[in-house]
Write a protein that binds this ligand. Structure first.
Ligand SMILES: Nc1ncnc2c1ncn2[C@@H]1O[C@H](COP(=O)(O)OP(=O)(O)O)[C@@H](O)[C@H]1O
Ligand SMILES: [Mg+2]
Length: 153
């Protein structure tokens, strides 16, 4: 399996929203997207735009204290995880493995480091960094077969 890479520089919140929105439009169901980057780089902000782009009206907020949140999009379900401070997945391993195998559920994962072993190799990894207050860099690595996710991006 071959991976491809794309780096996107944005200069505003609005540009981040557009990017996330297009990703949401391009999702077909079953994809796993891991977002990594320091606090405040925009992982939750990007996820809000992705979820809106799928056509979901559900409210997105950071699941830091509840670990996961579930949203309903017209064509699939979306599960949003935030593993900030989770040292090891423990009992979550089963739940995660089931969702990874679910070909309909889209998984959006913040701070996936401690569960990386459970996540599929054919996932999208977005590394976010913040060179200045309103600008962001998104380094996206994705499997070739998910090329459709990058259309119009
Ligand atoms: N271009 C941008 N893209 C994303 N967020 C931005 C941008 N410019 C400013 N911000 C701000 O950065 C913060 C990102 O916070 P958040 O999405 O919660 O980050 P994380 O989930 O990575 O901790 C928000 O307050 C957002 O308004
Ligand atoms: Mg967050």
């Amino acid at each position: 399996m071959k991976n491809k890479a794309k780096t996107i520089h944005v200069n505003s919140l609005n540009h981040t929203s557009k990017l996330g929105h297009q990703l949401g439009i391009n999702l077909r169901g079953g994809e796993v997207i891991e977002l990594s980057g320091d606090l405040g780089t925009g992982k939750t902000t990007l996820i809000k735009a992705i979820v809106a782009g799928t056509g979901s009206n559900d409210h997105v907020s950071s699941p830091t204290f509840v670990v996961s949140k579930l949203y309903k999009a017209p064509k699939f379900s979306i599960v949003h995880y935030d593993f900030y401070r989770l040292e090891e997945p423990g009992l979550l391993t089963n739940e995660l493995t089931e969702q990874v195998d679910d070909i309909e559920t889209v998984m959006l994962i913040e701070w996936g480091g401690s569960v990386a072993d459970i996540l599929p190799v054919n996932r999208v990894v977005i590394k976010l960094s913040s060179p200045s207050e309103n600008s962001r860099i998104f380094d996206i690595i994705y499997p070739e077969e998910l090329d459709y996710l990058m259309s119009d991006i």
